[in-house]
Each structure stands twice: as C-alpha cells, then as structure tokens.
Design a protein around this ligand. Structure first.
Ligand code: AMP
Length: 251
C-alpha cells in the first residue's frame, strides 16, 4: 500500500505570531517554522502503518516555497520514504489550489491512502482533505482519532459532537487526522542524518496544469483585543452587581 501524507509549513505552534503593522498579514519574519502539528500526526500514522507491514511506501508532499523542503526533510526524518515539493514560490496557495495540486499529483502517483491534517493551524481552514476527496471522487474519513486497515478497506473512528462515529471506507480514501490519533515521535539523530540522503523531487503548479491564482482577498489581519486586567471583588453581591451593571451579561 502506498500512502501519501500532505505536510504544510506553518509558524511553530508555540510561537506567538504578530500581525504586520499595516494589517496585511501575519508577520513571519524570523519566526520559527515547523510542520503543521496535525500533518505531523499524519506522518506518524503512516510510519506506524509501515512498521506494521501495512504500508510499503510513504510519500510526503508539501505545497509551498523552497523553504518547505525543511518540513519535508523533517517528515523524511520521522520515517517518510521520499518527498515531493510542489514549488509555488512566494504565492500563497488557497485550500482549493492545494487540493487541485494534490489531486493532479495523485493521477501521476496513484496512492491507496492520503493522510492530511484536519486543519492548518495558520489559516484554520479545515478544507483541503474534504476538497481533495471530492475532486478525486473518493471517500473521506475526517477528524480521525483511530484508524484500522484490512482487506475490505479502512475503518476510521471520528470525533463528532458528543461521541465517536466509526465509518468504513473503501480504498483509495482520504483521511484527516485529529489530535488524539497518536503522539508523534521525535526524530532520532541517525534518522535526521539518513533523511538528508532521501530524495525530494520538485514539481511546479504549471507543470501539473493547475492555476493557483488567488480567488480570495485577505482584507485585514488584526490581533485579538488586549485583555483587560481583572479585579478582585469582596463579595458575591459585588460580583453580581458588576456582572449586571458593568459587564451587563446578566439581567
Ligand atoms: P487546511 O484545509 O488548510 O486547514 O489544511 C488541512 C490539511 O491539508 C493540512 O493539515 C495539510 O495536511 C494539508 N495542506 C494544507 N495546505 C497544504 C500545503 N500548502 N502543503 C501541503 N499540505 C497542505
């Protein structure tokens, strides 16, 4: 079984990102960049499938500038076999563009399972997996917290409101990962060294015949309002009074 994992380069989850002073976008200058955490969970799941003898090959794919090679190398160090960079230069590719590119790639590199994160933590889109499944005409299991594979296909346990839902999908299929699917390992030093020798092939959106021009304009990016300092109240009566007459959240 061949598994494709989509990995996105995003600002590290532990970095506090600021908006640019002109409000045109996030200020990513000198910010530490990492693999999107949900994509890392996807890589880990693929590696576990390979360790169990279910997957034969893991291909990590990223859409982005040359800098995304860094995240592909990180995926290779975690256990992916080879990487593909779809080099979009400095152009920000919207979720539909990413889904179209992955779909075109799948026509060249047929895979049985495509693992994606449920969401990019920068754009919070939660769209690419779903769009890819629709373009590809294949079933999708989103927000996977458990995954098992047998001859009949893949079973995906999904975290839904108030419980868990298990769905059976025929392969090839698209699965997006939720936080509880697994805990990604750390790459070992020998594996980081080995990853340097693994292959990363580059394609361009033009070569794949996909128009990645923007269909959406970001009008403004602004930080959340500063939180006001709290006050200590002396009694429950005072608290109720403040909630009613100052905050006006109760009547
Ligand atoms: P999104 O729909 O943007 O929230 O992203 C969901 C998932 O799609 C991510 O976790 C990735 O697995 C994949 N994805 C989104 N953008 C990219 C990208 N530029 N390169 C590779 N994978 C991506």
């Amino acid at each position: 079984m061949k598994v494709m994992v989509a990995v996105k380069r995003v600002a590290d989850a532990y970095v506090k990102v600021r908006a640019k002073s002109d409000g045109s976008g996030p200020d990513l200058g000198n910010v530490k960049m990492s693999i999107n955490p949900f994509c890392e969970i996807g890589v880990e799941e693929a590696v576990r499938l390979k360790e169990r003898g279910v997957a034969e090959e893991i291909i990590a794919v990223s859409v982005g500038s040359t800098a995304s090679q860094e995240q592909l190398r990180a995926a290779l160090a975690l256990g992916a076999d080879r990487g593909i960079l779809i080099n979009s230069g400095e152009q920000v590719v919207e979720p539909l563009g990413v889904a179209r590119l992955l779909h075109r790639l799948l026509e060249r590199e047929p895979c049985d399972l495509v693992l994606l994160g449920k969401q990019s933590i920068d754009g919070d889109n939660n769209q690419v997996g779903q769009m890819l499944a629709a373009l590809w005409g294949r079933p999708q299991g989103t927000f996977a917290s458990e995954l098992s594979i047998d001859e009949s296909g893949v079973q995906v346990t999904r975290e839904v409101d108030g419980g868990l839902q298990t769905v059976a999908l025929r392969l090839p299929a698209v699965v997006t990962t939720d936080l509880r699917l697994n805990e990604p390992r750390y790459a070992s030093l020998p594996n980081i060294m080995k990853a340097k020798r693994k292959e990363i092939v580059e394609h361009s959106p033009d070569e794949l015949g996909v128009d990645i021009s923007a269909q959406m304009e970001v009008l403004k990016v602004e930080p959340p309002p500063q939180r006001q300092a709290g006050v200590r109240v002396e009694s429950v009566d005072e608290l109720v009074d403040k909630l009613r007459n100052e905050a006006k959240v109760i009547t």
